[in-house]
Design a protein around this ligand. Sequence first.
Ligand code: GMT
Length: 377
Amino acid sequence: MKKLKIGISCYPTVGGSGVIATELGKLLAERGHEVHFITSSVPFRLDRVYPNIYYHEVEVNQYSVFQYPPYDLTLASKMAEVAKRQKLDLIHVHYAVPHAICAILAKQMLGNDLKIMTTLHGTDITVLGYDPSLKDIIRFGIEQSDLVTAVSDDLVRQTCELLQTDKAIETVYNFIDERVYTKLEVDDLKKHYHIEEDERVLIHISNFRPVKRVPDVVRSFAKIVEKVKAKLLLIGNGPDLEIARQLVKELQIEDKVLMLGNQKHIAELLSMSDLMLLVSEKESFGLVALEAMACGVPVIGTQAGGIPEVVVDGETGYLCKIGDVDCIAEKAIDLLTDDHRHETFSLKGRKRVKEVFCSSLIVAEYERLYYEMLGDS
Ligand code: GMT
């Protein structure tokens, strides 16, 4: 098969969609394709020089006549320019708005048959899809894309239902780079954080938006520490961080909660953890749950969105109803006090990641879809 020239647009800052887009680009480049990132800043996971990867910055100029800088128009124009100059075969956009719309505009500007693949990541549908001012344009972006994928079956279902579209949408699950997400030897790390050897470590990683229900994490943990000697690591930053801090104070568990902000070396933090809490009310996939399982950490999740497609209830973790703090605490205590079950869940989680979500499988699936879209299958 001929090697492809692929443009990728995504939100380059911290966030699951940007992580997947960047990791996909890196792995496609390793497989010999030429990858062109067209983004507003260097994607944060593009942390060194990679052969076959090029970066094209979308620079938005500020003019006094504009109340809002025209990012979308600049992005569309940049996509058209890069596609023409680099002779791209396709543009793969992550997140429907504005990226899919910009790619469609770029294609019209070029007047050629540039192929567009759109990957839906969740909030572009489950939050923005409810906004009457965006719903029609999101549907337009999806229907005008040559191929559309979503990161879980649940997101496919929600998209078709909410947008009333019968466009075929393929599920392509998220993946992790197993060279990075694996259980590491981190003996000194617990000591570094003043965590005692016999203390269990729970971890929550998110952007602290209301959909993540961080107060439920804190309330469950307060119940867990009544029974189990433990510490909670809160990783990330966002609007509900202060609410969480206040709650930690109210519940008088300040000495047991470490708020570490955004962190780069997630695999190390996961490797010293015993349990992840991901108890969101919306979650199209839950990439952090996958990262946890890859590092041997079972997950207590909610029956929300795509989480049940990642975490198998009673095998790689447990699932509770959204907001059911008692269930979360009970299941957590159950796992943290039964070493044999914990070990079994940990092993099953790692096995599931290898069998279902391994990078080589998923990247090959995207490649297959690219060739199919280009008529080269
Ligand atoms: O988790 C977030 O809110 C960030 C968001 C994003 O756009 O990066 O994450 C979404 O995409 C991730 C990658 O596909 C998924 O793992 C997350 O589940 C999804 N978030 C939501 O659906 C809330």
